[in-house]
Design a protein around this ligand. Sequence first.
Ligand code: SAM
Length: 378
Amino acid sequence: MTAAAEPFFQETDTLDMSAVEAFSQRLLNCYNGAAIALMISIGHRTRLFDMIARMDPATSQEIADEAGLSERYVREWLAALTTGGIIEHNPATHRYWLPAERAACLTREASPNNLASVAQWFAVLGGVEDKVVDAFRHGLGVPYSAYGRFHEVMAEESGQTVVAGLDDFILPLVPCLEDRLEQGIDVADVGCGRGKALLHLAKRFPRSQFTGIDVSLEATTAATAEAAELGLRNITFRRVDAAKWDDRGAFDLVLAFDAIHDQPAPGQVLENIRSALRPTGMFLMQDIAAATCLHDNRNHPVGPFVYTISCMHCMSVSLAGGGPGLGAAWGKELALSMLEDAGFEQIRVEQLPHDIMNYYYIAVPSQEAAQNGQAGDG
Ligand SMILES: C[S@@+](CC[C@H](N)C(=O)[O-])C[C@H]1O[C@@H](n2cnc3c(N)ncnc32)[C@H](O)[C@@H]1O
C-alpha cells in the first residue's frame, strides 16, 4: 500500500455503505426523473398527451395514426413513460392509456394546471449547455439570443401563470384597479415578452391604453402581430431597452412579470419604472418567490428548479449584458431594498394560491421622489 493510497482506503473503511447505496438510488431516481421530464416535454409538443387523454385504451399504431406521427417513435415514447409510471399499459391487449388524474396535470385542457408545458424548459436549457459550460470558465454569461424557443415557451408559461390568474387573483391585489381600468388609464408592461398578459388586459378594458416594452424584436414583433390579429387598437408594443426607457410620468400602472431579476441593470430599470409612473401611479411586480439567503431556501418546494433555471438562464443573461447576475432567487429581502433604493414606498408582498413560484410586489412612488421631481407629474 502506498502512502498516497492510504487515505482512500481509510475513508472507505469508515463509509456508511447503506448511506452510499441510498444516495446512489437517489441519483438514479433523479436521472429517471430527468428522462421522464424530457419525454413529457415531447409529449406536450407533439400533443400526444392531449390525444391519448381523449382516446379509449389504444395500441401504439392507433395512437400514432390519430396523432399523425411515426409509430416507432410513439412506441418508444410510450415505453419510456410506461416504465416511468405516467402511461398505463395492458400487456395482453398492447393498449396504452393515460389515467384521468394524470391527464389533469399533463394536457392543454388542464391548463392552468398543465405541468407538461413546464418540462419544455429542460430542453431549452439543454440547448445552451455548451455555452453555459464555457461561461463557467470565462464568467461572461450567455446572451438571450442563444436560447432557442425561449419566447415561445415563456409566452406559454405566461398564459398559465399570469393570464390565467389575472382576473381572479392578480388585479384584485390592487384596490379599485379594475374600476380604474374600466374607466381608462395608461398601463405599461416592462419586459412584456410576447405580451400575453397585456393583450388580455387590452381586450378586457377597451378604454385603457396599453404599452408593452421589451428589448427583444422577436417578442415585440410576435406581440404586435397578435394585437393586429385581435383587432386591438388600444395597445402598442415597442422595442425598448428598459434601462434606457425615458417616458416620464406617463403611466398610472406599470407591470413587470418575471422581468426584473434577469436584467443587466435591474436598479436602473426600477428607477425608470418609478419615473415613468404618475405620482398616484402603482407598480405591480411579479418575481420569483424565494429568500435572498440560500439557507432560508433549503426547503423551497422548487429550489433546485429555480436555481438551475437561474444558473443556465436568468443569471447568465444578466451577466452577458454586463449586469450583476442577481439570479432568479434574488429573494424578497434584496427585492425590497432595491425597490426602496429606486424610490418606491408602501411596498406590499403577496403570494397567490394559483402561483407557488412567485411573489407579487405592489408599490407606489415615494413622496420624496415625487417632490424631488423624480416621479413624473403627468
Ligand atoms: C423572463 S421573460 C418574461 C416575459 C414576460 N413578462 C412574461 O411573463 O411572459 C423576461 C423578458 O424581459 C425581456 N428583457 C430582458 N432585458 C430587457 C431589457 N433590458 N429591456 C426590456 N426588456 C428586457 C426579455 O426579452 C424577456 O421577454
